[in-house]
Design a protein around this ligand. Structure first.
Ligand code: 4AD
Ligand code: MG
Length: 446
């Protein structure tokens, strides 16, 4: 069959006889009419089989199509405002020829409701559902927006290793592997290598999978997640925030521009996304704690109140971030966290070493941390004393300490978590749907 098209470009073929190759998403039997929703990965189109105008065997075959059967259909493209399930909306195909490639067995995932655990067990099939399709298309756009932004701002993509001899963040969430008889770890971050690369190229970023053996089951923790990490020479915390703000605003505007159909399909309130414009809010950790303590004092007694209790010096948990983000319509930067709760490489604030030049960006609507970054310690001796607290042999960090001996400079960088960003932009309650195959505390299948 000729004139094969992709459904997303159907508008350009109005009135033409075309061929579409794909899968039966749904079918409604109306006696002499069969309404077959066919998807090809780029969109969905309603294919109408009309009995009186078709050879008997073609119409009979249309009436036997099961969900997810693979088909090649041919017919004329028409516009029909009632074709509401089509993506793009309002187009249908009047069936003239049908080839059944494979008649699918009874499909486990039907348009009725299923439990999340069942859907996650069938993730390899769930991916075909329109909601998952929309989310993963938005994910791809976010990745492209991130990379384009960095490329357009003078950053060079330099890849960092996944198999590493030392911890990059902390020693509590390491995945240890056997590297030919020696211990090695899956990368928690590309940052330390980024710092070496930054001294070679000025402004760099890496973008890859990172691994954390998180012992907690939360709606925002994965064992394997993707992170983009920029690193810049001669850069302050304030300059870092300015860059993050532009990046995040760019990501959101690209999703709004490219995905009105997908955002409608997942019922995202786009007014919340349209509000994401610079300037973002900026508050210190000190101010955040004060605001939280005030909010806490005003709360009625109960579990929620208990989970929100905080003393200066403690790290924020999800409940704290949720309350803080509720105070703003835009993302909020929280800077100068206590040194004790942050990673070993963060530069202490001058004259006040109990806090450090760190910044987290919290996404609105309760989403919380999507980026973490800081100025890095650039004094060799101070860094060496911090490395010692890691409890992994200093030899594993010798190369990293070298960077402070050969042209050390003030520098800064951050990491933005892809799945948390997708969850926020799509308005999802959990990160598990933001990645094709989620790796969680109790899930490593499929
Ligand atoms: O705050 P984190 O741990 O920072 C770093 O790894 C730094 N080395 C980054 C840097 O400065 N180059 O992680 C950065 C981001 C978090 O803000 C969060 O979005 C995401 O990575 N993230 C996770 N996402 C999903 N599951 C997890 N277990 C995550 N841990 C961190
Ligand atoms: Mg963090």
């Amino acid at each position: 069959m000729s004139n094969v098209i992709s459904i997303h470009e159907i508008a350009a073929h109005l009135g033409e006889e075309v061929t579409v190759r794909g899968w039966v998403y749904d079918r409604t039997d109306k006696g002499k009419l069969q309404f077959i929703q066919v998807r090809d990965g780029s969109g969905i189109v309603q294919v109408v089989a009309y009995g009186p105008e078709l050879p008997e065997d073609t119409f009979a075959a249309a009436g036997k199509l099961t969900q997810e059967s693979s088909v090649i259909v041919r017919g004329v493209v028409k516009s029909n405002p009632k074709a509401r399930k089509s993506i793009p909306e309002g187009f249908e195909i009047g069936l003239s020829e049908l080839q059944v490639v494979q008649l699918a067995d009874e499909y486990p995932i039907t348009p009725k409701e299923h439990g999340v655990e069942f859907l996650m067990d069938n993730r390899h099939l769930w991916l075909r559902s329109s909601r998952q399709w929309a989310i993963l298309r938005i994910r791809a756009t976010i990745i492209k927006a991130m990379r384009d932004f960095m490329d357009d701002h003078g950053f060079l993509l330099v890849d960092t290793p996944i198999l590493t001899p030392a911890a990059g963040e902390n020693t509590t969430t390491l995945f240890e592997i056997d590297y030919h008889g020696e211990p090695a770890y899956l990368a928690q971050t590309g940052q330390l290598y980024n710092e070496a690369n930054m001294m070679a190229f000025g402004k760099v970023y890496c973008f890859g999978p990172t691994f954390r053996a998180e012992k907690s089951k939360t709606r925002r923790h994965l064992q394997e997640f993707w992170m983009m990490e920029p690193e810049m020479a001669f850069t302050s915390l304030e300059e870092l925030m300015a860059l993050e703000e532009q990046l995040v605003a760019h990501i959101v505007s690209e999703v709004l521009r490219k995905h009105p159909d997908e955002l409608r399909l997942i019922e995202r309130d786009v007014t919340k996304l349209e509000a994401i414009k610079s300037p973002f809010a900026r508050i210190s950790y000190d101010e955040a704690v004060q605001r939280l303590q005030t909010a806490w004092a005003a709360m009625p007694e109960g579990e929620e109140k208990d989970s929100l209790k905080i003393e200066w010096g403690e790290d924020f948990g999800s409940p704290h971030e949720t309350v803080l983000t509720g105070m703003f319509d835009v993302p909020v930067f929280v800077y100068h966290y206590p040194t004790a709760v942050k990673a070993f490489y963060m530069q202490p604030v001058e004259g006040r070493p109990e806090v450090c030049r760190s910044v987290d960006l919290l996404a609105p609507e309760g989403y919380g941390e999507i980026t973490g970054g800081s100025e890095r310690i650039y004094d060799g001796e101070l860094l060496e004393s911090r490395v010692e607290t890691m409890g992994i042999g200093r030899e594993a960090y010798a190369w990293y300490l070298d960077l402070r001996r050969f042209g050390s400079v003030p520098h800064a960088g951050f990491g933005i978590g892809l799945e948390r960003t997708v969850a926020w932009v799509c308005g999802l309650p959990h990160v598990r749907e933001t990645i094709p195959y989620a790796r969680m505390l109790s899930r490593n299948y499929p």
